[in-house]
Design a protein around this ligand. Structure first.
Ligand SMILES: [Mg+2]
Length: 252
């Protein structure tokens, strides 16, 4: 809360009609009164923000985090490998055997089959609805805290199809894990341009191509969660991390 917001909220206590008028004023109306004061305070605070020390500190604190979804918070690979197993009929395929996300040089999987299965899941809303989470409830709570402060955006490569609403499905999935008002952007390009336009300061993606692109074309700090398919990649501006505690350490 900014200093201005604090002062105006404090003053509003003395002008709140509820205590003065007692039964003559409803709780609902008093709530509207307080919300009006808060919205005025926010607007004043925003205008003064660049001009004050407190405003400057607030700006420094307002780091925008940009997160990829699949392979970062949602487990795409496990159900995708199940689909590949069904299609190929050669038995289980371990996640550790996937050392390249394009499945190049895999002993069992051809790029054509991968392309076919990608097309299949891109038209299947149930596939995206049923993905498992890759992070803990406390990680989700920390992300929700960022999201409430408008410091969190999701940036995904998921395909947009005309047959169903992938944006709605993705937002519902994020809401089911505790992000009350998710902000999700879709692109089929490399992500640097979008990340730059969104003003992202801290970016995380499991695909090394995206990490490299953002690291070389924006000022954002780039984090990459360790996965079997990105293990061999290294870049001086891409930091590999084990879990989300390292993301939140950057914000504290
Ligand atoms: Mg990903």
């Amino acid at each position: 809360m900014s200093f201005v917001l604090f002062v105006v909220k404090f003053l509003s206590r003395f002008t709140n009609p509820l205590p003065k008028l007692g039964l003559g004023f409803s709780r609902k109306r008093a709530g509207l009164h307080n919300r009006w004061f808060e919205s005025v305070a926010e607007r004043i605070g925003d205008r003064l923000c660049p001009l004050t020390v407190i405003g400057g500190l607030r700006k420094v604190r307002s780091v925008i985090v940009g997160l990829d979804i699949d392979g970062v918070v949602a487990d795409f690979l496990a159900p995708f490998l199940l689909l590949l197993e069904k299609r190929l009929g050669n038995g289980p395929i371990s996640e550790e055997s996937i050392t390249d996300f394009k499945f190049k040089d895999h002993p069992l999987i051809s790029e054509e089959v991968v392309h076919d299965c990608m097309q299949t899941v891109s038209y299947d809303p149930h596939f995206w609805q049923n993905l498992s989470s890759m992070i803990s409830p406390s990680d989700w709570q920390n992300l929700e805290n960022l999201s409430r402060r408008r410091q969190l955006v999701f940036v995904t490569h998921r395909y947009v199809r005309e047959t169903y609403d992938i944006h709605g499905i993705t937002c519902d999935w994020l809401k089911s894990h505790g992000i009350s008002k998710p902000v999700v952007h879709f692109t089929n390009e490399l992500k640097a341009e979008l990340v730059q336009n969104l003003g992202v300061h801290l970016f995380m993606d499991d695909r090394h191509e995206n990490c490299q692109d953002v690291a070389e074309n924006t000022e954002a700090v780039v984090l990459m969660p360790r996965r079997p398919y990105n293990e061999s990649f290294s870049h001086p501006r891409v930091k590999k991390i084990r879990d989300f505690s390292e993301l939140f350490a950057h914000l504290s």
